[in-house]
Design a protein around this ligand. Structure first.
Ligand SMILES: Nc1nc2c(c(=O)[nH]1)N[C@H]1C(S)=C(S)[C@@H](COP(=O)(O)OP(=O)(O)OC[C@H]3O[C@@H](n4cnc5c(=O)[nH]c(N)nc54)[C@H](O)[C@@H]3O)O[C@H]1N2
Ligand SMILES: Nc1nc2c(c(=O)[nH]1)N[C@H]1C(S)=C(S)[C@@H](COP(=O)(O)OP(=O)(O)OC[C@H]3O[C@@H](n4cnc5c(=O)[nH]c(N)nc54)[C@H](O)[C@@H]3O)O[C@H]1N2
Ligand SMILES: [Mo]
Length: 757
């Protein structure tokens, strides 16, 4: 039998359905570097954690009690009862409090597929009912998303328009990355990674003789052969180093301001800060040295080399997932503008080569199929990372992107396709916040912490259990994601679940438009085909696409240079900023009058860092980066993810000298702690880490035992504070901890136990 296809965020599969039982998955044969993530998603270890039937927390069922979330047993009920309960709660809350008391922001990655996109389904559903309190931005790019449209271009356009690897290989001679190009991250692209290209991209740079410099606290996140230079840097001090590089460039005889004059605004308002006439402090390499730990001579040498090479500057997104996260992006763009190579092949800046597979793609950019969400009649919103603030402080004001807003008073939380007990910071605080709403409804596939902390749990099907269309920007494919197996247990798609509730609330027709699953796929594909047709690219009709299984867009590949049009003619191709140019000084941001984000890039001390006073008590900077063997918390129970654990827990990387000072050996169970919480982890001694830095990747399923997590979830330690009053982004990477060896017997991990039913 001919195989079918399926798409996941980490790759495309060839699927051999079996007459009985689970289908067999293989990575797409055309993928030069497929990932192992997800190949055992149908293993017994994963399948046993599926939610079989709708379930309600006992205390809530019996007396609507809010206590006991995350601790009580569940009672299984049938679908009709469950949908009646959900419809009843929605009606009650809408009647008593209005739609703005319903939070359905529902941040998260869910699964790939354009129709069964859980958030789109949920948002459309509530829009049919008069709206919901929503969330904006992302945990990924909280600060970047708000900053970049003011100074250059929005992040979605930026991500979709990076200079392609082939151009870098041919033209770049110096590639400098702040935060590496971690191949672990490029396994993934939101909505479906196609051909994995980053490993070959880096290898291409190395074999072309490009000088590659990696700057940051972590030395093993840029693997391109032997030649990579590593400049260790204290976490969260990239901005200070970028300013020092700018200072050295400014005083270099080779500095030429032609590009500054023709393509940017505000440089002359930044220079007094840079040279120190504004505040008495020149941002020189000597000034930066005690902040960053980078010797001034090395900074000067690098700045000189940047001016004399075709230089690509790159920054990892992690840099802005921190206190004052706008500053490293703004400083990087400013430094690149001073080098004058933005829009030239192989020169300029990148924001996130190494964040996802899409970066550096040569595939065509066309609009993708979308499931229409309708209009939200409720104005209330939060920046997504202000979740706990909202629940704890209803009615209180917050600043965001120049405006002043108030947190809505939330009575009902409805989540589909995200795991707040994965993604949010300071989980002990989140648990206090989570006890506030009257009702919490969660659609989940697995009995993870999000499901366990809900009142009403509705089992969702997986991508392999439904029909869908796969497509991701510049990933090069349309994928006919054909259902390959029956849903496990009584799981239903988010669409079917919400259609059931919509029927009870009298909006079935508005929500479903009388289309079944296949009719929706046909509709969203055909309307997309018409839009794509306008760009001159002819797609086959739906039936041909569905029959064929895959549309390969590779014949339309073309080398791409970011900002080439803008460089060639800034008048004909202005940037979407107020001035149409790159804004080194932003009148608009300056006009917001924010103490923590003035009108040009600045160095501000992070909330927590190794140079701050708190480092006396907690002398280690915690980096909680993306995990190598899974996507966030997804598939943590899989054999592949578990094979990466140390002593049954997530591995925490620590410099051998820091370990020795604490009597810790490789493989020991250790406890990380600060004032916010504690967690256990398994020690991994790693010399390619700056001393004073520990790295514990995210995504170990949360396993609370009081204030302590037993499994290695870094978010019991991280700080829940907006990156600045401009963006209110997630600042997870600004976090100090200490760590000690665990003596005696370590408590067993319970994260993968099923709840009591
Ligand atoms: N400390 C720290 N914290 C971080 C970060 C960090 O760097 N450091 N990174 C942050 C970032 S960048 C991100 S993007 C977030 C990620 O946070 P999330 O996106 O919330 O994490 P996931 O584990 O991907 O959660 C997706 C959930 O959706 C479920 N799911 C999958 N498919 C479906 C479906 O079809 N229907 C339904 N109903 N559910 C489905 C999965 O089982 C899973 O539980 O984490 C953030 N948190
Ligand atoms: N396998 C896998 N891939 C993923 C994901 C996943 O969960 N699993 N998640 C995806 C998502 S949602 C996102 S948003 C992207 C995120 O992409 P990124 O934000 O780029 O990913 P991170 O792994 O958090 O961090 C990248 C690197 O920055 C380094 N770093 C941290 N702090 C600093 C600092 O202050 N200075 C410097 N110079 N370096 C620092 C880290 O050590 C790490 O090696 O990854 C995506 N890719
Ligand atoms: Mo993300």
């Amino acid at each position: 039998m001919k195989h079918t296809y399926s798409a996941a965020h980490w790759g495309i599969y060839e699927v051999d359905p079996q007459p009985e039982g689970a289908p067999v998955l293989r990575p797409l044969s055309a993928d030069p570097d497929p990932t192992r993530i997800g190949l055992d998603q149908l293993s017994p270890e994963v399948r046993r954690l599926r939610i079989a039937r709708p379930a309600v927390r006992k205390g809530w069922l019996e007396g609507r009690s809010r206590d006991g979330r995350g601790g009580e047993p569940f009672v299984e009920i049938d679908w009709d009862e469950a949908l009646d309960l959900v419809a009843g709660e929605i009606t009650r809350v809408r009647t008593d409090w209005g739609n703005r008391a319903i939070f359905a922001g529902s941040y998260g990655w869910a699964s790939a597929g354009r129709f069964h996109h859980a958030q789109s389904q949920l948002h459309r559903f509530y829009n049919c009912l008069g709206g919901y309190a929503r969330s904006v931005d992302s945990y990924s790019l909280g600060a970047g998303r708000v900053l970049m449209p003011h100074i250059a271009v929005d992040m979605d356009s930026s991500n979709a328009s990076h200079t392609s690897w082939d151009v870098l290989e041919d033209h770049c001679t110096l590639f400098v990355s702040f935060g590496g190009v971690p191949l672990k991250n490029t396994q993934v692209s939101s909505s479906g990674a196609g051909r994995h290209r980053a490993r070959a991209g880096l290898a291409g740079l190395a074999s072309a003789g490009v000088r590659i410099v990696n700057i940051g606290p972590v030395g093993d996140n840029l693997e391109a052969g032997a030649g990579v230079e590593w400049i260790p840097l204290r976490p969260n001090t990239d901005t200070a180093l970028m300013l020092a590089l700018a200072h050295a460039v400014y005083h270099d005889p080779a500095f030429d301001r032609a590009f500054i004059d023709s393509h940017t605004v505000g440089f002359d308002r930044f220079v007094p800060y840079l040279v120190g006439t504004a505040d008495g402090v020149a941002k020189s390499p000597e000034w930066a040295e005690p902040i960053t730990g980078v010797p001034a001579a090395a900074t000067r040498a690098l700045a000189a080399a940047m001016l004399r090479n075709r230089t690509m500057l790159n920054a990892a997104w992690a840099l802005q997932r921190a206190a004052h996260g706008e500053q490293p992006f703004w400083a990087l763009v400013t430094l690149a503008a001073m080098l004058g190579q933005i829009g030239l092949p192989g020169g300029g800046y990148g924001l996130g080569y190494g964040a996802m597979n899409v970066m550096g793609s040569a595939h065509v950019r066309i609009p993708g199929p979308v499931f229409p969400q309708g209009r939200n009649a409720v104005a209330d919103f939060i920046p997504c990372a202000r979740l706990a603030d909202m629940l704890l402080h209803p009615g209180e004001p917050f600043r965001y992107n120049g405006g002043e807003h108030r947190y809505p008073d939330i009575k009902l939380v409805h989540w589909a396709g995200g795991n707040p007990f994965h993604h949010h910071q300071d989980l002990n605080r989140l648990r206090r916040a989570w006890a506030r709403p009257e009702t919490i409804v969660v659609h989940e596939q697995y009995w993870n912490a999000a499901a366990r902390h809900a009142d009403i749990v509705l089992p969702a099907s997986t991508a392999l259990e439904r029909n869908d269309i796969g497509f991701a920007t510049r990933e090069g494919y349309y994928i006919a994601m054909k259902q390959a197996m029956a849903p496990q247990g009584e799981a239903r798609s988010d669409h079917a679940i919400l259609a059931g509730v919509a029927e009870r609330l009298g909006v079935a027709e508005a929500f479903g438009e009388r289309r079944d699953e296949m009719a929706w796929l046909r509709q969203i594909y055909e309307s997309n085909r018409a839009r794509v047709g306008e760009t001159g690219l002819a797609l086959p009709d739906f039936d041909a696409f569905w029959e064929q299984g895959l549309i390969d867009l590779a014949p339309h590949d073309a080398p791409h240079v970011m900002h080439a049009d803008f460089r060639a003619d800034a008048v004909a191709h202005p940037l979407p900023t107020p001035s149409g140019r790159i804004e080194i000084f932003s009148e608009r941001i300056a006009g917001f009058g924010l103490g923590d984000c003035p009108g040009h890039p600045v160095w501000r001390e992070p909330f927590e860092w190794l140079g701050g006073a708190e480092a006396d008590r907690f002398p280690l900077h915690l980096i909680s980066d993306q995990p190598e063997r899974r996507l966030h918390s997804q598939l943590d129970p899989s054999p592949w993810s578990r094979a990466g654990k140390v002593a049954g827990r997530e591995g925490v990387h620590i410099h051998p000298a820091d370990a020795a000072a604490r009597g810790i050996g490789d493989g020991d169970v250790v406890e990380l702690f600060n004032d916010r919480g504690r967690c256990l982890a398994g020690a991994v001694l790693n010399e390619r880490l700056l001393r004073g830095v520990v790295r514990l990747s995210t995504g170990a399923w949360y396993d609370p035992d009081g204030m302590r997590d037993r499994h290695g979830n870094p978010n019991v330690l991280t700080l829940d504070r907006g990156s600045s009053e401009l963006s209110q982004g997630c600042s997870a990477h600004s976090c100090l901890v200490d760590l000690r060896k665990w003596t005696g017997e370590a408590p067993p991990v319970r994260a993968f136990d099923l709840p009591r039913i």
